[in-house]
Design a protein around this ligand. Structure first.
Ligand code: MIC
Ligand code: SF4
Length: 645
């Protein structure tokens, strides 16, 4: 039986486990990336593991999220990361060099290699045929130290592309269509592999837009074949020697096949407040628009920017619209400047932002009250923009640019002839904002620079024999990590200070949550389906850990978050019978008797609700390794134990 492309990459990196769907497999990781909002913690963890120099082929630290530097905190974090990189063998992409996923694709990604990144959109690398996963900071720290990365062997989904996108229809519309069909939880436990004749019609940046936003499906990752188009992209980046051809076997077997005729797609938008609330522009109608934001790791490539520049050229942004544009990398920015397109953007009235995440993570550009914001980004969760009642629609750059001119949601097909943008045969290559680490013999001379905001990893402890605690919070379905541990300009600077950031944990759902946990000393959280969807931020596990949360019991979990909970030593459990969720209330006292012994023996886990007297069955589904981590008090303690043996 033939293998899919993803299965081939897995086979080539398999360290342990069987490639049977649902079983745990361990992978060798070739490359890692971090960004600054998760990076400080990841490097503190790497230091705690105690490996002197990274053992990967390439590890890169990017500074792209916390770039406002409203106080000393961000700058201190950046200085800390820079010094760790220099000492421990990691390349450092300076602030201003661009968004991690865009820069990694341009300068470091290699088809067929494995990549994990402490950011959920790391699968962007699948656009050039990398097997790339978003992961918690601890997983990345372990991989940098040469450790194995564990996942559950996913199912294989083939998205069969035929036809060709019509004028004014974009790669964004392809992934919006996939989201419309599969939903934000439809990809859980799956790898989405794109294939078919239509692949040849898509450029690398278009493919990367699609794999990037595969994160919103909850998928383990997404991947495109590596073909002549990939080769041309790599050559234009001066990295032709890194190119290899990668295709699935002719007789590969997929668990699910989805057919998409590219020619049949039309411009679409994901409506507030979920990336899968997808409608055609026609269905939404011409609503008034207050803001348009173009950029983010989804849509900030040179070709995206050139299309926008062509649409805006010689025109002026509508008086009621604020248009911001953030090119994805210094390479993109510089090329826009060289060919004059930047001038067209500026002349039209666009507000040019630095090459960073910016508004996508609420670092500025929050819309006005109840304002309608069209964003070329990948997430529109409630409040993520920084404005609680902001109405964020996710759209293609073409739709954002067209609407910025008219002041209403505009189908770009009404603009006449679409601009034709050729991919450059040679990108502008200047890696002067990437700092190489010190040579091995000089690393002892490098001093690590820590600021006062950088606090150590929270205290962990081996798992108690029995957990008995009150319900500190009960939430519904599709809780995102933005609910659990909000980001934005006020809170992001606290990413390296768990005690301080914990004060904001879950406050979007319940302002009293942190105080209640502190008063109780320990607690349990109850949730619905797809709990923890969205980002990879391990702070959504570390803050609850700091606040004394011992277990999270839900209907189902999102992949990265459940791994982060286990890494933090918090026990994640699901209801065997989902209806039992209804029988638990805030404040109930719950007991998981002899939990430690049951995990060791693999016995069924029972929950007693001491308040109501009701008993119910829970599921863990843990691998032996996960049990060992939970018993030890999390991945850090587990890794230290392993390193001792
Ligand atoms: C996001 O898009 O939510 C982030 C900010 O990039 C996160 C990482 C983080 O919270 O630092 C992600 O996607 O993993
Ligand atoms: Fe940055 Fe937004 Fe991409 Fe996250 S989704 S990495 S915040 S641009």
């Amino acid at each position: 039986m033939g293998l899919t492309l993803a299965q081939k990459c897995i086979r080539d990196h398999l360290v342990c486990g069987e490639m049977t769907v649902g079983s745990e497999i361990g992978l060798k990781i070739d490359q890692t990336l971090t960004q600054d909002a998760t990076g400080t913690m990841a490097y503190l963890e790497f230091e705690a593991i105690g490996v002197p120099r990274v053992k990967t082929e390439r590890s890169v630290a990017y500074i792209d999220h916390n770039s406002l530097q409203t106080g000393f905190e961000n700058a201190d974090d950046h200085r800390y990361i820079q010094s760790v990189c220099k000492k421990h063998g990691i390349y450092f992409s300076r602030p201003g060099n661009g968004i991690c996923h865009q820069v990694h694709l341009e300068r470091f990604g290699i088809p067929g290699k494995t990549l994990i990144g402490s950011d959920s959109h790391t699968p962007t690398g699948g656009g050039i045929g990398m097997l790339a996963f978003g992961a918690g900071g601890l997983d990345v720290a372990v991989a940098m130290g040469g450790g194995t990365y564990y996942i559950t062997m996913p199912k294989m989904v083939r998205v069969n592309l035929t036809g060709k996108l019509s004028d004014w229809v974009a790669a964004k519309d392809v992934i919006l269509e996939v989201l419309r069909r599969m939903s934000v939880k439809g990809g859980v436990g799956k790898i989405i592999e794109y294939g078919g004749e239509g692949v040849k019609t898509l450029s690398v940046p278009e493919r990367a837009t699609i794999t990037n936003m595969g994160a919103e499906l909850g998928a383990s990752t997404s991947i495109f074949p590596s073909d002549e188009i990939t080769r041309a992209f790599m050559e234009a980046q001066g990295r032709g020697e890194d190119w290899v051809a990668l295709q699935p076997d002719e007789d590969a077997v997929y668990d699910e096949v989805i057919d998409i005729d590219l020619s049949a797609l039309v411009p679409m938008a994901a409506c507030p407040h979920s990336p899968d609330a997808v409608k055609t522009l026609e269905e939404i109608g011409s609503i008034k628009v207050d803001q348009c934001c173009i950029g983010s790791c989804t849509n900030s490539s040179l070709s995206d920017m050139l299309k926008v520049a062509a649409i805006l050229k010689g025109k002026t942004v509508h008086p009621d619209v604020s248009l911001s544009i953030a090119p994805g990398s210094k390479q993109v920015y510089n090329m826009l400047a060289q060919n004059g397109a930047l001038s067209d953007l500026i002349a039209a009235g666009a507000r040019i932002l630095e090459c960073a995440c910016g508004p996508c993570i609420g670092m500025g550009q929050s819309p006005n009250s109840a304002g309608v914001s069209l964003r070329t980004f990948n997430r529109n969760f409630e409040g993520r923009s920084g404005t609680k009642d902001g109405q964020v629609y996710l759209v293609s750059p073409e739709v954002a640019a067209a609407s910025a001119l008219t002041g209403v949601l505009t189908d770009p097909r009404t603009l006449g002839k679409a601009p034709t943008i050729e991919m450059p045969t040679q990108f502008l290559i200047n890696d002067n904002m990437v700092l190489a680490p010190a040579a091995e013999e000089d690393m002892d001379d490098v001093e690590i620079l820590r600021g006062p905001n950088i606090k150590p990893f929270p205290q962990t402890a081996p798992l108690d024999e029995t957990i008995e605690a009150d319900v500190m919070l009960k939430v519904g379905d599709n809780i995102t990590t933005d609910h659990i541990m909000p980001a934005g300009a006020k809170i992001l600077p606290l990413r390296s200070n768990i005690p301080a950031i914990s004060e904001h944990c879950f406050t979007r759902c319940d302002e009293e949550f942190p105080a209640r946990c502190k008063a109780a000393g320990k607690g349990i959280i109850i949730g619905g389906v797809n709990y923890g969807q969205g980002s990879s931020r391990e702070h959504a596990a570390l803050a609850p850990l700091y606040l004394g949360i011992k277990a999270v019991i839900v209907k189902s979990f999102a992949r990265i978050h459940v791994a982060n909970l286990i890494n933090a030593g918090i026990v994640p459990l699901t209801f065997e019978n989902e209806a039992d969720y209804d029988s638990i209330s805030l404040g109930d006292t719950l007991c998981l008797p002899s939990l430690r012994e049951k995990l060791v023996n693999g016995d069924p886990i029972v929950l007693e609700n001491k308040t109501t007297g009701k008993t119910m069955k829970l599921c863990g589904g843990f691998s032996e390794r996960q049990v060992a981590m939970l018993l030890a008090g999390g991945l850090l303690d587990y890794t230290r134990e392993q390193n001792k043996n």
